[in-house]
Ligand binder design. Structure first.
Ligand code: FES
Length: 112
């Protein structure tokens, strides 16, 4: 774990807090809000707010790997990064690592 922290990875939560279908919003030390998603046995991290009008995506739905915003129903496949339905903007994501029962995020988002 120490190696990851030295490489700028930030502990986000315990791995046991996220199962498939779960959504968990966390705040990183830099003030970014990140939404952790349980998808097909792994954890995926995306920007917590919709790129359309900043709606909290934790209020949306996650079915399989498809995340849907609750307001205008933009959708993304968070595994592939594909925009679905009416989505017009990509959803930023974060690198995720797991170590010693902990989920770590590198706090530099990139477009999916
Ligand atoms: S606010 Fe999310 S799709 Fe419009």
């Amino acid at each position: 774990m120490t190696d990851l922290v030295e490489q700028d990875w930030v502990p986000a939560c315990a791995r046991s807090e996220i199962s498939d279908g779960d959504k968990l919003e966390v705040e990183l030390p830099n003030g970014d809000f990140v939404l952790l998603l349980g998808v097909n046995g792994k954890v995926i991290a995306v920007c917590a707010d919709c790129p359309h009008q900043d709606t909290p995506l934790a209020e949306g739905s996650l079915i399989g790997s498809v995340l849907t915003c609750p307001v205008h129903f933009w959708q993304w496949d968070v595994e592939s990064g594909e925009m679905l339905g009416p989505a017009e903007l990509p959803l930023p994501s974060y690198d995720v690592r797991e170590d010693a029962g902990q989920v770590f995020i590198r706090p530099h988002s990139v477009a999916l």
